[in-house]
Design a protein around this ligand. Structure first.
Ligand SMILES: CCCCC/C=C/C(=O)SCCNC(=O)CCNC(=O)[C@H](O)C(C)(C)COP(=O)(O)OP(=O)(O)OC[C@H]1O[C@@H](n2cnc3c(N)ncnc32)[C@H](O)[C@@H]1OP(=O)(O)O
Length: 363
């Protein structure tokens, strides 16, 4: 296993404007704005947006953005962005075009629009036949249940399973679903040659109207919620580390109940230092290392045997152990998220991410 110093994540918009118009729903989720009459419908719509299978395109995303802003903040009274600030100007124009549309109407229009988008993609949300039952469609995950095991597979192999903003949300949702399903164990693994290359460094190119400070704040909330969902996960949680692991995907390994790594999982990034799977095992970060040639077979044989153990006894054992430290874990998580909010505005962080992104821009 090789590990290397991770560039931190980026706060600059470098891509073309139309590529970086993000879904607006997260902002509401994070800002905690109180809704009145149709709050529930609106919140459901916000969740549905995150699960859309197909990118609805920039025009629709701009409409969603504008309706969301109108529904939560009312008419646009922000200063108009400069002519070269393409993304924020497109967003501002879409919002401003709604004029004095009442908040309630904007909320209703948002719900209707999402509903029309969801129904058009419903035909592809079909449960797969066979014993390996697909539970729900996600854009960046494959979640299946079989033999009492829910398997959450990080599924962006062409990006080494880097976690983008939507994927953070999907993992939170998938963990929530797994905590309530019939499974005994939950497994997280990666598709392709990597387990996960950590935070997607393009996440922070989508800067909201509030600027980089607002983006940093949103990211800190997202990180806190993401890590919190691992802290609170009530059942045995196993990481099957099929390949290199970096950044946040390594940081959270300590919150799993067991971590099985292939000896080909030869990049594990922690403390800016390369660690082999064996070294990570010696440090207690990995439970056991298996030869790559037999990794999947050995690990899944073992997990299937574990899944036959008494369900409630395992769950209760985990909860007893976790409850002893839960409060402290949440306190540390809150502290780390707040430090991250500050650090992501640092030159060190921005430069590292810009370096990575400039290299891949193939200028
Ligand atoms: C909510 C906030 C949380 C903040 C806290 C989290 C912090 C972290 O997780 S820090 C760690 C961040 N990750 C990294 O620094 C890794 C960056 N990636 C790399 O160093 C390399 O890509 C590699 C070592 C993972 C793989 O190198 P290589 O085998 O040479 O493959 P490529 O570089 O060509 O990658 C293929 C493809 O994947 C894209 N990609 C890989 N990792 C990321 C990433 N983390 N973010 C965004 N994109 C990533 C890479 O750009 C290539 O894409 P294309 O150019 O489109 O082919």
């Amino acid at each position: 296993m090789v590990a290397r110093l991770a560039p931190r994540w980026c706060l600059r918009a470098l891509r073309s404007p139309l590529q970086v118009i993000g879904f607006p729903s997260l902002q509401l989720h994070m800002s905690g704005i109180a809704m009145r009459a149709s709050q529930e419908d609106f919140e459901n719509a916000l969740n549905q947006v995150k699960l859309l299978k197909k990118d609805p395109g920039n025009e629709v995303k701009l409409k969603l953005y504008a309706l969301y802003k109108q529904a939560t903040e009312g008419p646009c009274n922000m200063p108009k962005p400069g002519v070269f600030d393409f993304i924020n100007k497109a967003k501002w124009d879409a919002w401003d075009a709604l004029g004095n549309l009442p908040k309630e109407t904007a909320r209703q229009n948002y719900v209707d629009l999402v509903s029309s988008l969801s129904s058009s993609s419903e035909s592809s949300n079909q449960v797969q036949p066979g014993t390996d039952r697909k539970q729900q469609e996600y854009e960046n995950l494959v979640v299946t249940s079989e033999d009492g095991i829910t398997k959450i597979t990080l599924n962006r192999p062409t990006k080494k399973n880097a976690i983008n903003t939507q994927m953070y949300q999907e993992i939170i949702l998938a963990l929530k679903a797994a905590s309530n399903d019939d499974s005994i164990l939950t497994v997280v693994t990666g598709n392709g040659d990597y387990y996960c290359s950590g935070n997607d460094l393009t996440n922070f190119m989508d800067i909201p109207p509030g600027g980089v400070e607002e983006k940093a704040k949103q990211s800190a909330v997202l990180l806190r919620d993401f890590v919190g969902s691992f802290i609170d996960f009530p059942k045995p949680l196993i990481a099957v580390v099929n390949g290199p692991a970096m950044g946040i995907s390594v940081t959270i390994l300590g919150l799993f109940d067991a971590v099985y790594a292939s000896d080909r999982a030869t990049e594990m990034l922690i403390f800016g230092k390369k660690l082999t799977a064996g070294e990570a095992c010696a440090q207690g970060l990995v439970t056991e290392v298996f030869p790559d040639s037999t990794f999947q077979k050995e690990v899944w044989t073992r997990l299937k045997a574990y899944s036959k153990l008494p369900k409630n006894a395992m769950k209760i054992s985990k909860q007893v152990i976790r409850n002893m430290e839960k409060e402290k874990l949440h306190a540390v998580n809150a502290e780390e998220s707040s430090v991250l909010q500050e650090r992501c505005l640092s030159d060190e962080c921005i430069n590292a991410a810009v370096n990575f992104l400039s290299k891949r821009a193939k200028l």
